[in-house]
Design a protein around this ligand. Sequence first.
Ligand code: G6P
Length: 609
Amino acid sequence: MCGIVAAASSRNVVPLLLEGLRRLEYRGYDSCGIATVDEDGLKRARSTARVAQLAEEADKAGLNAVTGIAHTRWATHGAPEVCNAHPHFSRDTIGLVHNGIIENYEEIRERLKGQGYVFYSQTDTEVIAHLVHSNYHGDLLKAVQESILELRGSYAIAVICRDEPHHIVLARQGSPLVLGVGDGEMLAASDAMAVAGVTDRIVYLNEGDVCDITPDHYDVYERSGRVFVPAERAVRIVQAYSGAIDLGPYRHYMQKEIFEQPRAIGDTLEGVVGITPRLFGEGAEEIFKGVSRVLFLACGTSYYAASTAKYWIEAIAGIHCDVEIASEYRYRISVPDPDSLVVTISQSGETADTLAALKHARDELGMTRTLTICNVATSAMVRESKLAYITRAGVEIGVASTKAFTTQLASLYLLALTLAKTQGRLSAEKEAEELKNLRHLPAALTAVLALEPQVIAWAERFTLKSHALFLGRGVHFPIAQEGALKLKEISYIHAESYPAGELKHGPLALVDESMPVIAVAPNDRLVEKLKSNLQEVRARGGELYVFADADTNITTDDRTHVIRLPEHVGMLSPILHVIPLQLLSYHAAICRGTDVDKPRNLAKSVTVE
Ligand code: G6P
């Protein structure tokens, strides 16, 4: 999703801006651009290729100045073409980059056209550039403040001006923006990772803030009705994540992240010596005690983590649990239960729909018991929730989520145990046994990762496939769903997932010798039922690829291929079973030659609706 970097310094900011963009590449983008300003005016370079290509363009265009803005764009309004790439200029006076969506851009554009402004792009962003220009009478800060009063929707913007070349004006509403306070230089970016190479001193701007930066200081203004008043925003030290962008011995970040999972889960569970509400923050005990329901809100892979956790919460804690796709929930009329624990799950903590769903549940439906499970401790969702559990996956760069998912699962299992304990449903013996099983997870994951060579052999058979069907039952059905999502995201093979018991209600019609059917087959109480479902596939000439626990007695034959997982870990089994599905997608994508870490049309962090 779109990424912003801006810098005001006493040295040439072009290398800083390009490095910042490179660090934001993982978010996904389809064009990029950079602009500088000095006494000679505005200059820019834009490209629909990668940031490396933009660096060459910037060089050719002779960009070299102490103030500049840069952007990676993920197309919403207008195709990914150079004319739509940011920065956008207005009459060679105002230069602007934007992340977000302006909902009333059409009416503003019509009005500005009437005033003689010419539009060179199809973007909503160019409207803001002209709007700022139309409000500019020698004071950029004022012009930005006046302009944003007219905007509806979400935005993070960074604005430069030919007539004021030594500062940058920033504003945010609904899209993330942070400041990086350097030594005699000031940066701004969509996330702290973009500035991690320069500084770990970070300022988080609040919703509605406008900020003016120069190399030596930042002035923040908060909105109070239609006026802006000075505000204080503290500097926080945020651990630099620079190490995370080294690939090490791996070919792709996704592969690196798959193999990091034993470490990530170990870190996420580190320090858990007993099951206690305190793990989820101050006041958790009070909040958990009165909980009558759990409501999960999430998108994408995080949604499948929630779907898995529903099985755990109901089975272990005996609490009714609902799982909602955030983008649907925020707009549907639902029946709130004030005693619900609203749990948002998010790798980034910035996903626009999940954040809006959280606010909808809390502010409009009055459900104030809020918890976020998140990989970014400083994210908006964590800040908006009363309680939080931070997964310690480390920065996830691959667009397709892997280690974030399994660390979410481990945290959600802890939540199920904690709710069970607060409801008096977890004996001391059971608690000790569960903790032992959790501690064993890193070793169990390592053993599953050793299956990679066998998975590679299977993946090659998927190279020419166009469709695939994933089956699972019970708590492994969401794992089958996640497996299908992974395969379509990065290999572009159309994949569907079904609870195996539903086969004969439709999907069986699709099964023939060209349709691979992938089955998740743990040795749980549903295994015999699953075996019958697999027979239904075999009888129709389907080709089966089964990930089976060692003692399931599912055997290989001419059309049934089996990879055996070394051990069955009871209720925690989904955390192991997703691993071979991640590996299968990864290697199928490699065989098909796709851009694994940056699949087409997708973004890592979806900060617009
Ligand atoms: C995007 C990413 C997915 C992710 C989803 C939710 O679609 O490509 O990998 O699962 O957003 O993101 P979140 O950060 O809220 O978990």
